[in-house]
Design a protein around this ligand. Sequence first.
Ligand code: SAH
Ligand code: SF4
Ligand code: F3S
Length: 462
Amino acid sequence: MAKKFHIRTFGCQMNEHDSERLAGMLVADGMEPTENLESADVVVLNTCCIRENADNKLYGTLGHLATTKAENPGMQIAVTGCLSQKDRGGVLDRAGWVDVVVGTHNLGSTAGLLRKAVTDGPQVEILDAPDPDGDLDPSLALHAVREASHTAWMTIQTGCDNTCAYCIVPAVRGGEISRPLDDLVREAEMLARRGVREITLLGQNVNSYGRDITKRSPMFAQLLRAVGDVDGIDRIRFTSPHPKDLRPDTVAAMAEVDAVCNQLHLPLQAGSNRVLSAMRRGYTAERYLEKLAMARAAVPDLGVTTDIIVGFPGETEADFERTLEVAAEAEFDSAFTFIFSPRPGTAAADLSDQFIDPEIVSDRFARLDTVVQRAGLIKHEARVGMVERVLVEGPSRRNSEVAAARTTQGKLVHYQPSDARALQAGALVDVKIVHGAPHHLDGEQLALVETTKVRRRLEVRS
Ligand code: SAH
Ligand code: SF4
Ligand code: F3S
């Protein structure tokens, strides 16, 4: 009987996509996915270490798994991803019941190591640089096990060449490596042939995509245009672009390529220039706002989201107030807000003499949250009365009779579908927005524009 595996993913979209690809590799190795962790023969934890609570979550989960494994001694546990890359063999020191530890550069080794561990005991394989044989081949992405059939992630670049003082990502994911443009276009074409309509391009700094290929200027704008030319791909999103590298050619491509969505996630991190400089972000608040204005001028009705860190070492009340001011001026649709967490090996972790009192930080965090939530609600309420074309995700999680769909700005819309076709993932529907809530919109369905099935039938006929 085929072994059953269960993957639990922590962290960002890149990790989610790595998990999909790993699932594809395990299936190719003869295993079967299962939703049920307790009955799995192999449990994979694909980990994150961006903040300390990500570490704590993983070791907490491993603690629970010790009991599960005691009841089911045949179970194997693999720990993959960023936290493995950081802690290496240390994972086994803290959780001796783990069977396999694999880092960020060799996901493709997991299946083989699981087999080896059965006879030879625990296996730790961490590489210091990406596996030259790579596991980003387009055909592997094609075999990825995806939850949804109409949307897909595509990793365009791994690693990061920046040196943000708080961030552990470059230490665990290594330097930037861009995948060849032709491979990416081929992958997008294969995905489109399988019914994928929306692609989200992933990288730590997508704006610098291709800089390592040309040794000169980035090719991100070129990539947007090339993926935009792929038949059947109606929507392109990307995350994250670094503000310092957002260039006019990228903004022009966003404006000119129909498929590129009206959505920009532009991480601000802080509003005070002193803090931005200590963070080594490479821009001032004024420059950030200029870049944002450039994007908004070119792409009308752009939805803008951001990341902000509160409590960076040395952040004064005045610095924090500047963050509130800049956030208000930027008029974000929403923001992911984080409390600074010192990460081992990063420059900011050495500034312990400037760490901020946790009570002050949580007070600032709450104040920022209030400002951000209010701004988001105003944006949502302003959309009432507008007609938006949405891409259906399927039934909403809370009520299976209500459809959940995304606008071009990436906002979630709920509406009552006219029939089963208007509830089908991948359908395009026009809705009129009737209500704006803090985290979603409610709409009324107008026309059903087209469904994936209709499109496929048309393709067969032509
Ligand atoms: N490459 C992406 C960010 C990836 S990490 C980019 O530059 O946009 C996602 C977010 O986590 C960051 O934007 C930052 O806001 C937050 N973050 C990263 N390291 C952190 C730390 N040590 N403490 C708190 N938040 C952090
Ligand atoms: Fe981290 Fe900065 Fe790179 Fe983003 S750009 S991954 S925040 S070092
Ligand atoms: Fe976490 Fe690694 Fe992503 S540290 S945020 S999973 S790149």
